[in-house]
Write a protein that binds this ligand. Structure first.
Ligand code: NAD
Length: 391
């Protein structure tokens, strides 16, 4: 077979053991082994393709009889299955990815990183302007070598709307022909004491952060299974690992996403259906999330000076990782089929702290928060004294 940029790999192995066929190809090199890509766009690679023997159960549904990478012996295959490596998606070229919250922050960075790899995109957000901008940037970022142009579709929706999410998943599968990846990334922040919290605010954050993830998972899972190869990436947070005063609503949604995704991953491992799942736990990432967060009045004068100061303080103090770097780490986690992805040294530190001090970490959090509140009270007292001083 002679196709530009496609030729047998160096090992040249084309084998068949009656149940599996292994084909190893080098993609992206000409006959002399030189890269066919413009400099800096994509690197040539060698890909291994395993065509697995497929059987059918009594309902006529296809079942994968054998899985595992090419050339691996049985013990290696068993170990890979136990560790969940066998479902790893090694690259995203010509795959189809659906991303919620694609109009800003990490959702946008994921869209652009995937577009650069030649992955077709179905993007959703409730912010139409941000979404259109991401779609335009993604088309511009796409490499010119993909046979058909990169397909980018957009949908303005609210992830909390179950019917809208199911309709979007069905339309995405119809428009793109298949779906391989779903990133349930859209999210919002609420800061409030529990005593002063409005039920409406709690329902709002649960609708987006938790139910949005549930709808995205349930709506896309049948399509990922039908594609035979898929990955669900649910964004929790460092606040899905440890709790903090004033963040109970956010904490509850992100702990819930973590539990939901860890159970999902185990079910998918047992089903061996070619679909996997990862729970993502970013630390502070430089995005718009703080500025678009809801801060209840009960926090002002308690843990923060005023609403804007609270948002700015959070951004300045905690946002240490760039969104593009976060997207790179997430996609690397998908390639490695990680169960949990931690982003940033703050997330790694929180993970370590909650292992070493599973419940006692709370004392440290309270101590730090208390110190901050005391400084805030002293500052207010000083300002009050200055304001009350005669001119
Ligand atoms: N930035 C951080 O420090 C950080 C840390 C941990 C976890 N996270 C999580 O990462 C995810 C992405 O957040 P980000 O930091 O990129 O924030 P961001 O505000 O930059 O982006 C979030 C996107 O989600 C969209 N969105 C919000 N509500 C929606 C809804 N109901 N329906 C559809 N779209 C909606 C917004 O319009 C926005 O485009 C969120 O789940 C967030 O909780 C962020």
């Amino acid at each position: 077979m002679s196709l530009p940029g496609l030729k047998p790999g160096n090992d040249g192995r084309v084998g068949d053991d009656a149940e599996q066929i292994h084909i190893s190809v080098a993609v992206g090199t000409d006959d002399q082994g030189r890269s066919i890509f413009p400099a800096g766009r994509l690197a040539p690679s060698t890909y291994s393709l395993t065509i697995r023997a497929v059987g059918y159960n009594l309902d006529g549904k296809p079942t994968v009889k054998h899985s595992g990478g090419s050339g691996r012996n049985r013990r290696q295959r068993q170990r890979a299955a136990q560790r969940g490596w066998e479902n790893a998606m090694k690259h995203f070229t010509d795959r189809v990815a659906a991303i919620t919250g694609a109009g800003s922050g990490m959702g946008r960075s994921l869209a652009l990183a995937l577009a650069r790899e030649g992955c077709h995109l179905a993007l959703a957000d409730r912010n139409a302007a941000g979404l259109a901008e991401t779609a335009q940037l993604a088309r511009a970022a796409a490499p010119p070598i993909v046979g058909a142009p990169l397909r980018v579709t957009t949908r303005v929706l609210d992830v909390a709307d179950r019917a809208a999410m199911f309709a979007w998943a069905d339309d995405t599968a119809a428009e793109h022909g298949r779906v391989n990846l779903v990133f349930n990334n859209a999210g919002v922040v609420l800061s409030s004491t529990i005593q002063g919290m409005d039920y409406a605010d709690l329902e709002w954050i649960f609708g987006i952060n938790f139910w949005g993830v549930v709808h995205g998972t349930k709506a896309f899972l049948p399509h990922l299974r039908a594609a035979g190869e898929g990955h669900i990436v649910n964004t929790s947070s460092v606040f899905g690992l440890f709790a903090q005063p004033g963040m109970s609503g956010y904490n509850a949604t992100k702990f819930a996403v973590r539990g939901f995704t860890e159970a999902l991953r185990q079910e998918l491992d047992l089903m061996r259906c070619g679909v996997s799942a990862t729970s993502v736990h970013p630390g502070g990432i430089r995005t718009n999330i703080a500025q678009s967060s809801r801060i209840a009045k009960n926090m002002v004068g308690f843990m923060i000076e005023d609403e804007q100061q609270g948002k700015d303080h959070f951004e300045k103090k905690f946002f240490i990782t760039a969104a593009d770097e976060a997207a790179r780490i997430i996609l690397d986690g998908v390639r490695r089929n990680r169960r949990r992805v931690l982003i940033g040294r703050d997330a790694r530190a929180a993970d370590w702290l909650t292992r070493v001090l599973p419940s006692a970490y709370q004392t440290l959090v309270v101590w730090r928060m208390h110190r901050r509140m005391r400084r805030l009270a002293q500052k207010r007292a000083r300002e009050g004294a200055v304001a009350g001083r005669p001119a």
